[in-house]
Ligand binder design. Structure first.
Ligand SMILES: [Zn+2]
Ligand SMILES: [Zn+2]
Length: 124
């Protein structure tokens, strides 16, 4: 339920039907481009992987203390790619990807302008 509340704050769509096998895919319910981000937590003391959960919108280890060294400090690590080992430890965060500012579009127009003299000649 924590997961549902977290995503409702950002959007009315919870993107439940987004395919999770690729990093980016479009939500079939709302059409937003979604980035699937996987996170694990590690013990800051011994570096062992700890199963991550999302609680109150924060990524935290499931256990309060490291089962290996008893430490309670942890680091959050973003995974570039999920694999079948890490999937047991990782939490999935679905982030809406916003459109980039149209800088590249401007460059495109400038390039097209060089063709205008040729076009004008055709009309003469
Ligand atoms: Zn959606
Ligand atoms: Zn530890």
């Amino acid at each position: 339920m924590f997961l549902m509340d977290l995503f409702r704050r950002h959007s009315t769509c919870t993107h439940d039907h987004v395919a999770i096998d690729s990093q980016y895919s479009y939500c079939p319910d709302c059409g937003e481009l979604i980035e699937n981000e996987w996170f694990i937590t590690r013990c800051a003391c011994c570096g062992i992987k700890q199963r991550a959960i999302i609680k109150n919108g924060e990524i935290i280890p499931e256990a309060n203390f490291c089962h290996n060294c008893g430490g309670n400090e942890y680091v959050i690590e973003k995974l570039d790619k999920i694999n079948f080992i890490d999937i047991n430890y990782a939490v999935l965060v679905k982030t809406v990807v916003r459109e980039e500012e149209p800088e590249e579009v401007t460059q495109c127009w400038e390039e097209k302008n060089t063709n205008i003299p040729k076009l004008l000649q055709l009309f003469k």
